[in-house]
Design a protein around this ligand. Structure first.
Ligand code: HEM
Ligand code: SF4
Ligand code: SF4
Length: 669
């Protein structure tokens, strides 16, 4: 017996073994595989939602972009006209379609994320797709978030106010953005226009992001197949006509916010914000983003060793370059000819290129082709009643018992098994060899309808049908004794059926399954769209509210501007103005003679030379109240130079705003 034949086939690894903890990933992948198999029983693969998540997310994004472009013919990016401009029947339909397709996009992206996580498709060179995917998720969310701001209904105003408060918490601007939302007269049209501009510019970023996302994926399924595109467009249009998006009135800053409608797919942070505040929310954002970005490093256990090309054997046919699903092979010059070279940084060690290469110039350290050949020679040295099954190691089919070094599995008597990293590794020559040696039947089992190594299963099927090189050139002695199959979540059962003395016939898709598939999508889109209308009430709603705000500079402190004086060398003296320091501005507010605010507001800017800003929201009972505001900008105690008293009638939920501005004094709204 030759040495190679004695060499054991590497031990069967558990599925998803590139990720840890293996138990978690096994359970997750099994869950997804079962859902996928369950849906396959209802709908044909072309319409099975779990098989097209990335492409469907992209198609939903395209529908959203197209409806957004059409909406531009109606939308007016001005705070007083924005809401009204999209209320007409056609604009309303386009707004609804735009919203529901964005919701569907977010749902599909989240499912796509979960599925790629469950299938551990973040490991090895796939980290690039994962990393850029996280960027896409946040960019998509940001665009939707800004979109709701632009509508300027109550939810939009809440979105704007939360955004302003979050930015203010970072202390980036000398004038807090939140002040701009205290009263209608303070609304900043320029800011509104900037938001509008960002909302239509961000999709360009998304397009660039998607390009990066798919950079290391060859032949990506970027858009859905024709049937699914049709079903998606029809479902979204039907749901938009049946359930127009809610329009509950324009934002009114003169009223305290009570109940309002939000879309949790994009506005969920508003619910959290009401409970935890800016600091914790920033922390949650940062932790979420970091946690997601770190997934490939936190959960990857090991990397499959990359394949290598033996340049002396390579004939330069380029088939491996065409077949690698991850763009890891390229042609390079070598001793006056062109040969293939594998970039180890991009190679996932799937072995699909081994199935492409007739001169066996590619070596996968994990499973050398020579070992496979010798093993077949040994097992089928004389005519045998045994079958030979190549089984994808990423399927869960053989998870419960490991395959022995003799290729035996307790549940599959009469079958010799070779586990392969991907069914795409199975070169037609191996099947030919097994048949010539007398294997009763050869079964090649790939890991599912959406294989772990993407195109491997498809290439294997095409090669073995003689439709793709190197299958064109290889004649199988008994094509009827070959079975290729995609394993479902019940992979062992599939294998038992395929290797049974009379294998079960595979049912062809029925028309009713297409109808079921379309209905499935309609249900999914309806559920997702209707889940996007949630009525919320802020955690505390005051009966009515007094808002007091000012933007005002305290007096220049007497000693400021002097410190860089003559005791410092002339070249080290700063400009006099940069050393100016201002007094904090103090404010007291009394409601019916009771002091409710007494605070000092410190000057903005690093040098303390900018204006001070105040924004106080004071809950008051409905009814008449005497309001007195006192402001001291002198820096000296007790000098309340600016003051005003007003008697105001507060209706239920009414908001009054008292402003103080330098030069203009007090104004009341
Ligand atoms: C706008 C959002 C997104 C779109 C449009 C999108 C689209 C796609 C598409 C079309 C593919 C190729 C599928 C194929 O042909 O096999 C893909 C692959 C991938 N996506 Fe996304 N994706 C998005 C977001 C995400 C997110 C949020 C993640 C995870 C954080 C992610 C992780 C991945 C990974 C890891 C792959 C590679 C899968 C593989 O190598 O088999 N994607 N995506
Ligand atoms: S398939 Fe083989 S022979 Fe052809 S280019 Fe690739 S390594 Fe060379
Ligand atoms: S093993 Fe071959 S097909 Fe697979 S990623 Fe590496 S180069 Fe590409």
């Amino acid at each position: 017996m030759s040495q190679a034949a004695q060499q054991p086939v590497p031990e069967a690894a558990t599925p998803g073994s590139v990720a840890r903890p293996a138990g978690l990933f096994r359970a997750l992948e099994r869950g997804f595989a079962r859902a996928q198999t369950g849906l396959s029983a209802l709908a044909p693969d072309e319409l099975n939602p779990l098989l097209h998540l990335g492409a469907a997310a992209n198609t939903a994004l395209m529908i959203s972009a197209a409806s957004g472009i059409l909406l531009l013919f109606f939308y007016v990016p001005a705070v007083d006209q924005a809401y009204e401009s999209v209320l007409g029947p056609l604009a309303g339909f386009l707004r609804t379609l735009h919203r529901y397709s964005s919701d569907a996009c977010m749902l599909l992206v989240l499912l796509h994320l979960l599925k790629t996580f469950a299938a551990a498709r973040f490991a090895g060179a796939r980290w690039v797709a994962w990393f850029t995917g996280v960027g896409l998720l946040f960019t998509l969310w940001l665009d939707g978030w800004l979109g709701y701001w632009m509508l300027w209904d109550e939810g939009g105003a809440q979105t704007a106010m939360m955004s302003a408060a979050m930015v203010d918490a970072l202390g980036l601007f000398s004038t807090p953005l939140s002040r701009g939302f205290a009263a209608h007269s303070l609304l900043n049209s320029l800011l509104f226009f900037v938001v509008f501009f960002c909302h239509i510019a961000i999709p360009l970023l998304l397009a660039a992001g998607i390009w990066l996302h798919l950079l290391r994926i060859s032949k990506p399924r970027l858009l859905t197949n024709r049937s699914l595109t049709l079903v998606l467009v029809a479902s979204l249009c039907a749901v938009s006509l049946l359930f127009p998006a809610p329009a509950r009135g324009e934002a009114d800053l003169a009223r305290v916010t009570g109940e309002y409608v939000l879309d949790p797919w994009y506005q969920a942070p508003l619910v959290l914000y009401g409970r935890v505040g800016e600091g914790l929310l920033w922390l949650a954002f940062a932790a979420g983003a970091l946690g997601l970005v770190a997934v490939p490093w936190l959960f990857s256990r090991r990397r499959r060793a990359p394949a290598k090309v033996d340049s002396s054997r390579c004939t330069g046919c380029e088939q491996c370059v065409k077949d690698c699903p991850f763009g890891a092979n390229s042609m390079v010059a070598f001793e006056g000819r062109r040969v293939s070279r594998i970039d180890p940084g991009k190679c996932l060690g799937c072995g699909i290129c081994i199935g492409s290469c007739s001169p066996a110039a590619i070596v996968l350290p994990e499973l050398p082709l020579e070992v496979l050949r010798r093993r077949i020679d040994l097992w089928f040295s004389s005519p045998s009643s045994d079958q030979l099954a190549f089984v994808c190691r990423e399927s869960a089919a053989l998870a419960h018992h490991s395959v022995t070094s003799e290729g035996r599995h307790p549940e599959l008597p009469g079958v010799r098994i070779i586990e392969v990293p991907c069914a795409g590794l199975v070169h037609p020559e191996l099947v030919q060899r097994a048949q010539r040696r007398g294997a009763a039947r050869v079964v090649v089992a790939a890991c599912g309808a959406d294989p772990h190594y993407r195109l491997g299963a498809h290439w294997m099927e095409e090669r073995l049908k003689g439709k793709r090189d190197p299958g064109h050139k290889i004649h199988l002695p008994a094509p009827e004794k070959l079975c290729t199959l995609r394993l479902s979540a019940f992979g062992l059962l599939d294998l038992k059926r395929a290797t049974a003395p009379t294998p079960a016939a595979i049912a062809s898709p029925r028309k009713s399954r297409w109808v079921m598939g379309a209905l499935l999508w309609l249900a999914l889109i309806s559920g997702c769209s209707l889940a996007g209308w949630v009525t919320v009430t802020p955690s505390s709603v005051p009966p009515s509210e007094l808002v007091v705000t000012f933007l005002h500079s305290g007096e220049i402190l007497p000693d400021s501007g002097q410190s860089a004086g003559n005791d410092v060398a002339p070249h080290m003296r700063g400009a006099r103005t940069s050393m100016v320091e201002r007094a904090p501005v103090e404010m007291r507010v009394f409601v019916d003679g009771v002091e409710v605010v007494n605070r000092a507001y410190f000057p903005s800017g690093l040098a303390g030379a900018g204006p001070s800003a105040a924004l106080e929201r004071i809950p008051v009972e409905a009814g008449q109240h005497e309001i007195r505001i006192e402001i001291n900008d002198t820096g000296k105690p007790g000098q309340w130079r600016h003051h005003e008293t007003r008697r105001l009638e507060f209706k239920a939920r009414e908001r009054h705003v008292a402003r103080f501005d330098t030069g203009r004094g007090f104004s009341w709204e």
